[in-house]
Design a protein around this ligand. Structure first.
Ligand code: 6PG
Length: 248
C-alpha cells in the first residue's frame, strides 16, 4: 500500500522487514540506470532497524548491489571506534558491505575514534572531494534515515534543533540521555539530497510517525527533513503505520 500524502512525500507500508529490504534493493537498483561514469553516493542510517535489512541485502541482493558504482557514507556516527558494538559503520560493514565486496575506497566511514571537532572537518573535506555539490552542499543520491521515538533523525535531537539549519555540513551532537558524542550530517545537507528514505518499524514508532508524517509537528527534527528539490519516502511496516489514517 502506498499513499502520496503531500507533494513528493510517499508512505509505503510493508508486512515485514523482508519486504522493506526488497524495496531498498529496488531503490538502489534503480540508481544504476544513472550514466555509467557517474558514481552513486548513498548515506546509511544507524541504530538497530537497518541491521536486519543489511543482512537481507547481503543474502538476497549481492549481485545487484555489488561493484564499484556505489559509494557509501553515513548520516551520523557515534564517537566510538569502528569495531565498537555501538558503531553504525560496524554493522553495515560486517553484515553487508564487506561480504558483498564493496571496494574499501568506496566506503567513507565517519572516524568516530577521532576528536569530534577535527572529524567534522575531515569528513566535510572527504565529501567535498567525492560528491558533486549543488546549493553549495554535497547532493547525495539517497540518504537513508531512521527515526527515534523522540522524533530525532540522524543525530539531530529535539534539544539541538539548531543542527537543522547550520551552514556547516557536519556537526558534533550530544545524545540527550547518555551524553554520548555523535557526529551528524546537518539538516541542510539532508535536505539537499535527491531522495531521503526513512525506514522505521515496530509499534513503538507508530505514534511518532503519525506526529511527523501527518501532523508535521515542528518540535521534532524529523518533521523538518524534506528535500528541497527531491523526494521523501517512508518505508514502514504495518505496526509502525498503525496510527496513520487508513491508506487508501
Ligand atoms: C543512530 C541513528 C538514529 C537511529 C534512530 C532509530 O545513530 O542511532 O542514526 O537516528 O536511526 O535512533 O534507531 P533504531 O533503529 O535503533 O530505533
Amino acid at each position: 500500500m502506498h499513499q502520496e500524502i503531500k507533494p513528493r512525500t510517499k508512505i509505503l507500508v510493508f508486512k515485514d522487514t523482508e519486504r522493506i529490504s526488497t524495496k531498498v534493493a529496488q531503490i538502489l537498483q534503480e540508481l544504476k540506470t544513472y550514466p555509467k561514469h557517474q558514481p552513486i553516493h548513498i548515506a546509511l542510517s544507524g541504530g538497530n532497524t537497518p541491521k536486519a535489512i543489511f543482512k537481507i541485502l547481503h543474502e538476497k541482493y549481492v549481485t545487484e548491489l555489488a561493484g564499484n558504482r556505489f559509494h557509501f557514507w553515513w548520516g551520523d556516527e557515534r564517537c566510538v571506534s569502528p569495531d565498537h558494538d555501538e558503531s553504525n559503520f560496524k554493522w553495515a560493514y560486517t553484515y553487508w558491505l564487506k561480504p558483498i565486496g564493496i571496494p574499501e575506497a568506496n566506503i567513507h566511514r565517519i572516524h568516530g575514534e577521532n576528536d569530534p571537532d577535527e572529524e567534522i572537518i575531515r569528513y566535510s573535506e572527504e565529501m567535498k572531494k567525492w560528491i558533486k555539490t549543488e546549493n553549495a552542499m554535497p547532493r547525495f543520491d539517497v540518504i537513508f534515515l531512521g527515526l527515534g521515538d523522540d522524533g530525532h533523525t540522524a543525530s539531530i535531537f529535539p534539544s539541538q534543533m539548531q543542527l537543522l539549519d547550520r551552514k556547516e555540513w557536519c556537526a558534533v551532537a550530544t545524545h540527550p540521555a547518555s551524553g554520548q558524542k555523535r557526529i551528524t550530517l546537518t539538516g541542510n545537507v539532508l535536505n539537499n539530497a535527491r531522495q531521503v528514505v526513512f525506514i522505521s518499524t515496530g509499534t513503538n514508532k507508530a505514534a511518532i510517525i503519525k506526529k511527523i508524517v501527518i501532523d508535521e509537528a515542528p518540535e521534532f527534527p524529523a518533521s523538518h527533513i524534506k528535500p528541497v528539490d527531491g523526494e521523501t519516502v517512508w518505508l514502514i511496516d504495518e505496526e509502525a503505520a498503525s496510527k496513520l489514517p487508513s491508506l487508501s
